[in-house]
Design a protein around this ligand. Structure first.
Ligand code: LLP
Length: 430
């Protein structure tokens, strides 16, 4: 028996029936660093970025990595060094960009609930743009900038009312979502923004959702946004840039067939050109598509528990490490790290792969056909995005360690949290 190729993960591959991350054996990493363990490939991040860079060749464009997808400092460093800016959504993320040496002028600040303190922090840092999501926020931002004798650079996030055809929790551009301002209110709100003394209107912004695998919702949203650009510029408010958000999906499953970033942008740029906006500066905020398939989570099988209705494969990673299945019924491929061979009588069995957390919602994969025994290692694929950044300490489980592989070099980019780390900052009663 040999292990199958892993299409979609060119930087993770089997060699002699053992999984490698770039030039490094994954089981060696697990033995050295323990499990659960996140392993990232730097080359995979840069090749995902290169697809966008190819798409934008010859254009004025700024890629702002949506760092909520994976905000580990070394990951930010990889993108900062490659020339990316960052899409942030909190003062905490701003501090992370500063700690990683990112360029503040390339930072855009999104989110519906920025506090005054966060506005002050971002203005003092000199960020590139605030993506404002409501009229009330415009007023507060102008007031805060006024107290600092500054003009805040703004773009307004518009809600194009387009269905991105993704999970309802990660669809954001439909009426009824909390995000952005309604299409029909946009011109009036832009006129209001232009009248506020301490704001400088510089762009327009839209983001319709996440894990989008079709091109049509993007094309429809772009048409709607360009209609607004025409109306706003018709009212003598110049827009320097169009920010088209993030959202491009990845292939978690072989049935997910998202377009490549360069192919998506070829079509979007053709539309921009045909409508006469090809010369405008573009900004984008991709997250998942830059890091999702650049990471795996390595986990050890603790127990195999056969049952009447279900067989369970109990592993040492759990919903606190990999929250997406519990939160969105998400699918992650689960593959062996090495060819089975520990126990002679192992056979392929259908398992629910579950973690040790005390909840039935703590599952990582349902009905997976695996040939496993206790002590085997499994790799949960596509774990580079929205896993560590959403990880928690539930059940007082320390968060996993993270490694970044670069060719044959391995960097420990986050040490495993101890139990004491998880209750640092807590106080006993006197
Ligand atoms: N820009 C804005 C304003 C966003 O809200 C998001 C994601 C992005 C950009 C990046 O989207 P991406 O390129 O990563 O799709 N935790 C969920 C995903 C939540 C996405 C939230 N916003 C998941 O694990 O599927």
């Amino acid at each position: 028996m040999t292990l199958p190729p892993l299409p979609g993960y060119p930087h993770f591959a089997y060699r002699n029936d053992e999984l490698f991350a770039e030039e490094v054996s994954v089981s060696e990493l697990a033995h050295l660093h323990g499990t659960p363990l996140f392993v990232y490939s730097r080359a995979a991040m840069l090749s995902a970025l290169a697809a966008y860079q190819r798409g934008f060749k010859g254009r004025q464009a700024q890629i702002c990595y949506a760092m909520k997808a994976n905000s580990s400092l070394a990951v930010l460093q990889v993108f900062a060094r490659a020339g990316c800016g960052f899409d942030i959504v909190s003062g905490g993320e701003l501090e992370r960009v500063q700690a990683a040496g990112g360029d503040m002028r390339k930072v855009i600040f999104s989110g519906v609930g920025k506090t005054r303190a966060e506005m002050r922090q971002a203005l003092a840092a000199g960020i590139g743009c605030f993506n404002v999501e409501s009229e009330a926020e415009l007023n507060v931002l102008s007031e805060v900038a006024g107290t600092m004798k500054l003009k805040a650079p703004v773009s307004i996030r518009v809600n194009p009312n387009v269905d991105p055809k993704t999970h309802p929790y990660i669809s954001t551009g439909l009426k009824g979502n909390k995000f952005g301002v309604a299409h029909e209110d946009t011109l009036r709100i832009y006129q209001h923004a232009a009248s506020l003394e301490h704001l400088r209107v510089i762009g327009i912004d839209c983001h319709i959702g996440s894990q989008i695998t079709e091109i049509t919702p993007y094309l429809d949203a772009l048409d709607r946004v360009l209609d607004l650009v025409a109306a706003i510029e018709g009212a003598d408010i110049a827009l320097e840039h169009i920010d088209f958000g993030g959202g491009l999906g990845i292939n978690y499953d072989s049935s997910d067939t998202p377009p490549e970033a360069d192919m998506l942008w070829r079509q979007l740029l053709a539309k921009l050109d045909s409508r006469g906006y090809g010369g405008k500066k573009l900004m984008i905020e991709p997250g998942r598509s830059l890091v999702g398939n650049a990471g795996i989570c390595v986990t050890e099988v603790l127990y195999v528990k056969p049952g009447d209705q279900k067989n369970f494969c109990i592993v040492d990673a759990a919903m606190n490490d990999l929250p997406r299945p519990a939160m969105y019924q998400a699918f992650h491929a689960i593959v062996p790290v090495a060819l089975p061979g520990i126990a002679e009588n192992q056979v392929e069995t259908t398992y629910d792969v579950v973690g040790p957390v005390c909840e039935s919602g703590d599952w990582i994969g349902h009905d997976r056909v695996l040939d496993v025994a206790a002590g085997d290692l499994l790799a949960v694929m596509s774990a580079g995005a929205y896993c560590m950044s959403m990880a928690s300490n539930y059940n007082t489980r320390g968060r996993a360690a993270e490694l970044l592989v670069d060719g044959d070099k391995v960097h420990v980019i986050r040490v495993r949290e101890s139990a004491a780390d998880t209750f640092r900052g807590e106080k006993l009663l006197s």
